[in-house]
Ligand binder design. Structure first.
Ligand code: NAD
Ligand code: UD1
Length: 349
């Protein structure tokens, strides 16, 4: 680990899937992460695994981001002792289907947490922000690969609306506070796990996303995978996405922070993806080739709200951040499988 001290970073949602991998990348780059999480969708046990992996003690404030003033008063003395150089804001609810059924919870949590983060920046004089956005802000883009200049289409869910609204809130905030700067990282489909198998995705209940469903179905924990739709206008009829290894994504956050350090007044959206369209069928075949494990599956109708294909133009990430993915799709799938295989029986659905 690099021991140079590049500044303390508040990581909201740092105990979650992408947050925990980013904490490792921050430590490796010489930043000092301080986590803030209410464990709504994660477990405090991740802190021990982070300690095992990095050899460093990990500080986590157990708090709810929507409690703006109460959390501010807990952050203030910490900031006085060692100032926060920036915030990476992951904390949000993220299940698309659930957001359709419980929209108010999504608006309350995701917009409430966003408002708090911007208030804390204003009150404490923290100038740098990296925000977890999503390719969902593009809807079904008119041209592929999709670049950051593509017009936003109406989002297909309340979850997507909250990402669009948060991006707008940050833009308005930076315009009013030009000493601040923000990067809006638009993730495509994050998958995989840390190569050590000490960190990974732990979906609560039956997974909705393709890769955790596929790995659990391959292990025989849940019924066979259903391929949603075989009549899309794509080469093999199944939907096409852009799958990016979570460790590559994590590194993008560090590079975004480095980039922001000298850019007051900017609010820059940047895509993070592998720039490669992969169909559901291709993903299944790559998994079996990489791990030797067959995937029991059947075909079914399209899932409501799914777009046919979306993949990223990541020219800007390369130009501005010097970022490029280092792991392949096969690596990501092997790592996801290795992570799942070491999970104790008690964490299985
Ligand atoms: P996650 O659920 O694993 O992590 C989110 C973390 O935030 C959890 O630890 C949760 O406990 C915490 N949290 C939620 N609400 C909170 C609150 N009010 N106060 C404090 N902590 C709170 O999700 P993830 O996959 O790591 O996603 C992180 C971010 O990236 C989210 O903003 C998500 O919308 C965004 N994103 C994720 C994906 C994806 O496919 N995983 C894709 C695009 C964007
Ligand atoms: C969705 C969200 C996205 C969010 C991401 C992470 C939409 C339009 N997009 O991405 O905003 O950031 O989840 O939560 O909702 N599939 C199957 N069988 C399955 C599961 C999935 O065939 O059992 C297919 C889907 O149809 C899709 C692909 O696999 O084509 C990927 O699905 P998924 O992992 O759920 O991610 P997205 O829908 O792309």
């Amino acid at each position: 680990m690099n021991t140079a001290h590049k500044g303390r970073i508040l990581v909201t949602g740092g105990a979650g899937y992408i947050g925990s991998h980013t904490v490792v990348a921050l430590l490796e780059a010489g930043y000092e992460p301080l986590l803030l999480d209410n464990f709504a969708n994660s477990s405090p046990s991740v802190l021990e695994r982070l300690h095992t992996l990095t050899g460093q003690s990990i500080t986590c404030l157990e708090a709810d981001c929507t409690q703006t003033d109460a959390v501010l008063e807990r952050l203030r003395p910490l900031h006085v002792a060692i100032p926060f150089a920036g915030i990476i804001h992951f904390a949000a609810y993220k299940a698309v289907g659930e957001s359709m059924a419980r929209p108010l919870e999504y608006y309350h949590n995701n917009l409430g947490a966003m408002t708090s983060v911007l208030r804390w920046m204003e009150e404490l004089g923290i100038s740098l922000l990296v925000f977890s956005s999503s390719c969902t802000v593009y809807g079904q883009p008119e041209a592929l690969p999709v670049s950051e200049s593509a017009p936003m289409q109406p989002a297909s869910s309340p979850y997507g609306h909250t990402k669009q609204m948060c991006e707008q809130m940050i833009g308005d905030f930076v315009r009013a506070n030009p000493s601040c700067a923000a990067v809006l990282l638009r993730y495509f489909n994050p998958i995989g796990a840390h190569p050590s198998a000490l960190l990974g995705e732990l979906p609560l209940g039956r997974p909705n996303n393709l890769v955790p469903y596929l790995t659990q179905a391959a292990a025989g924990w849940i019924p066979p995978l259903t391929v949603f739709g075989t009549d899309y206008p794509t080469p093999d009829g199944t939907a096409v996405r852009d799958y990016i290894h979570v460790c590559d994504l994590a590194r993008g956050h560090v590079q975004a922070l480095d980039y922001l350090a000298h850019k007051p007044g900017i609010c820059q959206a940047i895509n993070l993806g592998a720039s490669e369209g992969v169909s559901v069928r291709q993903l299944i075949d790559t998994f079996t080739a990489a791990t030797g494990a067959p995937v029991p599956h059947q075909t079914g109708p399209r899932r409501a709200g799914d777009v046919a294909q979306v993949y990223a133009d990541t020219t800007l990430a390369t130009q501005l951040l010097g970022w490029q993915p280092q792991f392949s799709l096969a690596d990501a799938l092997r790592h996801a499988w290795a992570w799942q295989q070491q999970l104790p029986e008690t964490s299985r659905p």
